[in-house]
Design a protein around this ligand. Structure first.
Ligand SMILES: NCc1[nH]cc(CCC(=O)O)c1CC(=O)O
Length: 304
């Protein structure tokens, strides 16, 4: 029997999520899988992501390996995947999305509202930095990189009072016990595609992973990612987007922040998925047009 080779980043988080995908493929199709860790520039360098030159630092090495035939399937965190199509590659599956919220891991069970003024809150994400400055201007934002364990260690070690992370990543890494607050999605929209994985294959080989595709998760994350594409924004742009499907209605909400937290632009639209040809694209087009009409194109990270 042939073995499906699954390429992944080597981080603990990536290995955990890829193992879940491998188990899913094995149990649904009876295939055998082998996991192949691939080092990416984003893993090797500790410089800030904007320094390395941003987009796709995590994804490109995986894609090269797939195109070179060194593996058959790669697993990405969808939010780290640039929106531009890559010739020869196709997303065969977006599995059922996990929790898309951001969370706070603070000392002493504290929350953003109960941390004292001047408390040091770590995050390397421009969106999270802008959201912190906008909602909690009395807190000090500290730029931060590194894996989940090293970030949490800065709180237990006393160097920081809190860090902001993705709920999904913490759960996959087995560190959900460190969470002290879940940030409500309406007041704190997260990165397009956050909480979802993307399983990519060489075009024509979609059958290798299509069984793991979850249609609602794909529709929602497509809508969020089209906003990223229409705004010409990178994965590190200060943009939050969130889609919901309820009773055939697709809701899409997006917010673009000034990096200093001084202001933001927001737009939302709802449409019946049966009323238009490409609901995610249509919803995102309306939201993006409105954001640009408001002046969002002037903000850092947009139309860069
Ligand atoms: N950019 C880092 C990144 N990429 C994917 C996740 C995990 C969450 C997810 O899969 O969406 C994280 C960590 C974080 O944002 O805290």
């Amino acid at each position: 029997m042939t073995v499906i080779r699954i390429g992944t980043r080597g981080s603990k988080l990536a290995m955990a999520q890829t193992t879940t995908v491998a188990r899913g493929l094995e149990s649904k199709t009876g295939v055998e899988t082998e996991i192949i860790p691939i080092a990416t520039q984003g893993d090797r360098s500790m410089e800030s992501l904007s320094q390395i030159g941003g987009q796709g630092v995590f994804a490109n090495a995986l894609r090269d390996s797939l195109l070179a035939g060194e593996c058959d399937v790669v697993v990405h965190s969808l939010k780290d995947l640039p929106t531009a199509e890559v010739p020869g590659l196709t997303i065969a599956a977006i599995p059922k999305r996990a929790d898309e919220r951001d969370v706070v891991c603070a000392r002493d069970e504290l929350t953003l509202a109960t941390l004292p003024a001047g408390a040091r809150v770590g995050t390397g994400s421009p969106r999270r930095q802008a959201q912190l400055r906008s909602r909690y201007p009395e807190l000090e934002v500290v730029d931060l990189r590194g894996n989940i364990d090293s970030r949490l260690a800065k709180v237990t070690g006393g160097e920081l009072d809190a860090v902001i992370l993705a709920a999904a990543g913490l759960a996959r890494a087995g560190r959900a016990a460190a969470i002290t607050e879940y940030l409500g999605i309406a007041g704190w929209p997260t990165a397009p595609g956050q909480g979802a994985l993307a399983i990519e294959v060489r075009t024509g080989e979609e059958k290798l992973a299509a069984v793991l595709d979850h249609k609602p998760s794909r529709t929602k994350t497509d809508a969020e990612r089209y906003v990223l594409a229409f705004l010409d924004a990178g994965c590190s742009a200060p943009l939050g987007a969130h889609a919901v499907i309820d009773d055939g209605l697709l809701f899409l909400d997006a917010r673009v922040y000034a990096l200093d937290g001084s202001h933001y632009f927001t737009s939302s639209h709802a449409l019946y998925v049966n009323d238009v040809d490409d609901p995610p694209r249509e919803a995102a087009q309306r939201v993006s047009d409105e954001l640009l009409a408001q002046g969002a194109g002037e903000l850092a990270g947009v139309r860069a």
